[in-house]
Design a protein around this ligand. Structure first.
Ligand code: KIV
Length: 302
């Protein structure tokens, strides 16, 4: 008799059917902008795959960024410069399959908006149409405002990103906190105002002194999302692997680790290796039975 029992293979994607899961109201671009000036902080985290996006959604985050930090923390590159548009699109599709409530924003990789406005728009459109992102993020201030305008005119919501810009590592000669002088702080404010004028719905402030980030946040009508920018922003964002202790290297100063997942995995993998070596795995409960005893001549002498 055929065994019709459905066995999951390679882990199942759902503990509960989507219809049984609670579906609180989805976060939209207008609902995020409406948070400005309220006490309700905007909670953001990166994710690059289905299971982590699912956990981030379940935890109650408002926004998931499919960041180009994936180049570092998932793909093992030394900088964010090497990730391609196709890689971000593929990751965004996985995240979108998992994320019911949060707004999903996809990063525009290096090189995809360092081109004409028309090519910038077609690259951003791929993130929306193929990846399923609801918005895109690009790095840079005043000099990129015309590109923001092009995208916004094409109905593509844009998140700005100023301060420490990982994609400018070569141009700036490293990763440096920005806005440490009055002139630097003024430049950041100019950048923020130019992006706001161009139509961004939010701006990431990365690697900016807390007092400067707070003052810029007060001047803007759109929310600011801080990373290494203190508590005066309208929201916070961090890299999933940094927070979870899965990024293997030392964490930046602004990161607070909430778990040491690498250590948990190390221990588990060590136990699995031992069990495979000794034969303790697989045990009886990990095997499938036959429906009848196999006779001695079961193979007809083949
Ligand atoms: O790529 C990324 O993860 C980011 C955030 C850290 C803001 O740009």
């Amino acid at each position: 008799m055929a065994d019709n029992t459905e066995h999951p293979v390679y882990g199942s994607t759902s503990e509960t059917a989507p219809t049984e899961r609670q579906m609180p109201s989805k976060v939209t671009v207008p609902s995020l902008v409406a948070r400005k000036g309220t006490a309700k902080k905007i909670l953001c985290l990166t994710a690059y795959d289905y299971p982590t996006a699912r956990l981030v959604d379940e935890a109650g985050f408002d926004l998931i960024l499919v960041g180009d930090s994936m180049a570092n923390v998932v793909l093992g590159h030394a900088s964010t410069l090497k990730i391609s548009l196709d890689q971000i699109i593929s990751a965004t599709r996985a995240v979108k399959r998992a994320a019911d409530r949060p707004l999903v924003v996809a990063d525009m990789p290096f090189g995809t908006y360092h081109v004409s406005p028309a090519d910038t728009a077609s690259n951003a459109l791929r993130l929306i149409r193929e990846g399923g992102a609801q918005a895109v993020k690009l790095e840079g201030g005043e000099a990129r405002a015309h590109l923001v305008r092009t995208l916004v005119d094409a109905d593509i919501p844009v998140m700005g990103h100023i301060g420490l810009l990982p994609q400018s590592v070569n141009a700036r000669g490293g990763y440096r906190v920005q806005g440490k002088t009055a002139e630097g702080a003024r430049q950041l404010l100019n950048d923020a105002l130019a992006l706001e004028e161009a139509g961004v719905f939010a701006i990431v402030l990365e690697g900016v002194p807390a007092n400067v980030a707070e003052r810029i946040s007060e001047r803007l009508t759109v929310p600011t999302i801080g990373i290494g920018a203190g508590g005066g922003c309208d929201g916070q964002i961090l890299v999933f692997h940094d927070v979870m202790g899965l990024s293997l290297g030392p964490a930046p100063k602004f990161v607070k680790r909430y778990a040491n997942v690498a250590e948990i995995m190390r221990t588990a993998l060590g136990e699995l290796v031992d069990d495979m070596r000794t034969g303790d795995f697989p045990a009886e409960e990990h095997t499938y039975p036959t429906h009848e005893e196999l006779p001695d001549d079961w193979d007809y002498g083949i």
